[in-house]
Design a protein around this ligand. Structure first.
Ligand code: 2HG
Ligand code: ZN
Length: 465
């Protein structure tokens, strides 16, 4: 069969006009936010139903064609990149909220529901969907599940995994599995639902998800605190965690703040310049909590851990303080950063950061380095900015050389080479720094069960066999 005939057959499986092969669509749907892999899919298909997804998977098995799932394509590891003639399965047309149960506090979504749409739906019903991050306006629930998305509220609410009550997935064999049936308690053997969360579409595609909601938070209040050095951030975290139930604890460096200030649309938190900043958030549900927060702030100042600080007094101030952190990734994307998303247990952060900082100082002396991250979770985002004069290829090649030292350090600390951005293509060759050979062999064996022909997001997490 010619390639043309194979694509013609695909067209018969979905609604008219729902297979695109024009260059602009191939370019747009063949990549995620990593942007440095030239996209080369052979077609983009937009299924409207579970049956259509199953038909597409059966078709791909017949013709041995790789399928790449596509949500909002906001990922940073290349997991949604189609660079080798794969067919992209875009879930944009499966974007409905199907059911809501106020007693179970669950919402059943199609995979293409935008994260913000679910957050808004929860709010409209007096509830809360707590997984949140800067790309919530375009990322989709299916992608969040595929990557086990984390973000800025993990310290209190955990990752996406914690909020998935049930899943319907189409495996690489085209079977439809209904996993966990939205139950709270279900002790009936292996919880296959968990395998599909964070699997980056390599075992199957999420075609429906029931997500749990929480009570709405009360009077969220943020503080931004300037610290004299990085070392001071951890005692600040410890002090505030001892006093309050934090909903977030983030950090960023002065270089990050400078980039945000240069945009001109975000107010400075306060007048003093500090090398590092912590952003923390809590529910100021009553006066006592707010006073406790202020007392802890004063204690931190007395100890010399905090130089200056501000506490939000309104919803607008809360939003503005969050912009200092949430706008960072998009703002520095202009410099085509080389990204690391690494984690260790929180107690190891100070020593780990000192070691990583030494590597960065030694190997990137001429590059601008921007630190930020979810420090309350032990998750650091290390961004190296490309100098204007350098080509992308030369810059990435030079950064890749440093990986060995960074990842050896991560391994020594028993950490993760990808805390929340996934493995995809960018971290695939380094998986061995975080997972043992036996573990990787088990993962490959699991993939073979669900996807014997290796058609589901091929080449992601590990190289094709
Ligand atoms: C964030 O925390 C995102 O802002 C992106 O995970 C991190 O751009 C990054 O390095
Ligand atoms: Zn992050």
């Amino acid at each position: 069969m010619t390639q043309r005939a194979v694509i013609d057959e695909l067209m018969t499986l979905v609604d008219p006009g729902k297979v695109l092969v024009d260059p602009a669509s191939l370019e747009a749907y063949g990549k995620d936010w990593t942007k440095h892999y030239p996209p080369a899919p052979s077609a983009i298909v937009f299924p409207r139903s579970i049956e259509q997804v199953q038909a597409i998977v059966h078709w791909a098995n017949r013709h041995k064609i790789g399928l790449v799932p596509s949500g909002g394509r906001t990922g940073l590891s290349g997991a949604a990149v189609a660079a080798h003639g794969e067919v992209v399965v875009a879930f944009d047309a499966m974007n409905q909220i199907l059911a809501f149960d106020e007693f179970d506090r669950t919402v059943t979504c199609q995979p293409g529901v935008i994260t913000h749409q679910l957050q808004q739906f929860a709010e409209d019903h007096g509830l809360y969907y707590p997984v949140d991050f800067a790309s919530s306006g375009s990322s989709q629930i299916g992608g969040n599940i595929g990557t086990n998305a984390g973000g800025i509220k993990v310290i209190r609410y955990g990752m996406t995994r914690n909020w998935v009550a049930g899943l319907k997935v189409v495996t690489g064999k085209g079977e439809l599995l209904e996993l966990n049936k939205d139950l709270v308690k279900n002790a009936t053997g292996y919880d296959l639902r968990q395998l599909f969360i964070g699997a980056e579409g390599t075992l199957g595609f999420v075609v429906e998800a029931t997500m749990r909601l929480d009570r709405a938070p009360r009077n969220l209040t943020a503080m931004v605190l300037g610290t004299p050095d990085f070392d001071a951030i951890m005692p600040v975290l410890h002090a505030f965690q001892g006093a309050l139930d934090l909903t977030a604890f983030e950090f960023f460096s002065d270089k990050g703040l400078a980039k945000i200030m240069a945009r001109g649309d975000v107010p400075a938190p306060f007048a003093s310049d500090c090398p590092f900043y912590a952003l923390l958030e809590f529910e100021a549900s009553n006066e006592a909590v707010a006073s406790q927060a202020l007392a802890t702030f004063e204690h931190c100042v007395e100890q010399g851990w905090v130089l200056d600080g501000v506490m939000s007094q309104s919803e607008t101030q809360l939003k503005n303080l969050w912009k200092l952190r949430e706008y960072l990734s998009e703002t520095i994307s202009h410099w085509t950063p080389y990204k690391n998303d690494i984690s260790v247990t929180v107690s190891k952060v100070p020593a780990f950061l000192r070691d990583i900082d030494a590597i960065v100082g030694e190997h990137y002396p001429d590059y601008e380095v921007v630190w930020y991250g979810h420090i309350g979770d032990g998750n650091l985002h290390l961004n190296i900015l490309k100098p204007e004069h350098m080509t992308k290829d030369a810059f990435f090649a030079s950064c890749t050389k440093v990986n060995k030292w960074v990842f050896e350090t991560v391994q020594r600390y028993n950490g993760s080479i990808s805390a929340e951005h996934g493995v995809g293509l960018t971290k695939r060759d380094y998986l061995g720094y975080s997972r043992s050979a036996d573990e990787i062999a088990c993962m490959k064996a699991i993939k073979a069960v669900f996807d014997p022909n290796g058609i589901m997001n091929p080449g992601k997490i590990f190289a094709p066999e």
